[in-house]
Design a protein around this ligand. Structure first.
Ligand SMILES: [Zn+2]
Length: 229
């Protein structure tokens, strides 16, 4: 099975868990992993060095919001989204379009300022892009932007819908909702790559075993830049 494997919420406070998850990926034979880094936090130089090491070992770095929490007042839609899906992390949802673009720029620039290349992938926290057009996104320098339904290619304006599985099951309700959601994605008759999205504590939560099983089924892990168009 072809897959796009990403570890979300790579932050100064989750480096230990990310290392554990990378070990699990590698022991399942998965080398190509995309790390979604949250730049606007208190990064220490040795943690940035660790990111560099991971990159050298075959990981790709992508930008994932700025601080990964909401700092403005929430709109009604945002409150509903928080309740059912994103809790309090959908950083874009209460921002105006210009502020979303500014945040996306700032996020990418952090990588360049710290000696990395500009990332080609941007993933908004909780996949919630907010009020921003594909046209406006073109100026941000990303080749791919991931949303809940798939991946947008801002330059061409094309959107590729791709199946997604997740494992962030810290409650009974979430576990069962995810089992149904993942079951649909895994049974879909398609040759498209499956997006396997991993959060830092997933291996210790209720679907940890399930995560390992899915990783073992991923025989070909792709980079987001290799998505067949
Ligand atoms: Zn996230």
């Amino acid at each position: 099975m072809k897959a796009l494997i990403s570890i979300h919420d790579v932050m100064p406070g989750t480096m230990t868990e990310v290392a554990e998850l990378l070990k699990i990926c590698r022991s399942s034979g998965v080398q190509q992993v995309t790390l979604l880094v949250v730049p606007g936090l208190d990064w220490q130089s040795e943690q940035i060095d660790q990111l560099r090491q991971w990159q050298k070992s075959g990981c790709e770095l992508a930008a994932h919001g700025w601080v990964h929490r909401c700092v403005t007042n929430k709109s009604l839609w945002h409150r509903v989204h928080s309740l059912i899906l994103s809790r309090d992390v959908a950083e874009h949802l209460s921002l105006e379009p210009d502020d979303v673009i500014e945040l996306m720029h700032k996020s990418g620039n952090w990588f360049v300022e710290n000696g990395f290349d500009q990332p080609s992938l941007y993933v908004p926290p909780a996949w919630a892009l907010g009020k921003v057009s594909k046209r406006a996104m073109r100026s941000c320098g990303y080749s791919q932007v991931e949303t809940l339904s798939g991946v947008v290619f801002p330059k061409s304006g094309q959107t590729k819908r791709l199946p997604l599985v997740g494992f962030e099951a810290d409650t009974f309700t979430r576990e069962h909702a995810l089992r149904v959601f993942n079951g649909v994605a895994l049974k879909m008759p398609t040759t498209k790559p499956l997006r396997v999205s991993i959060h830092p504590y997933d291996h210790k939560l209720r679907l940890g075993k399930n995560l390992r099983t899915v990783l073992q089924r991923c025989t070909e892990a792709l980079s987001y830049s290799e998505i067949p168009r």
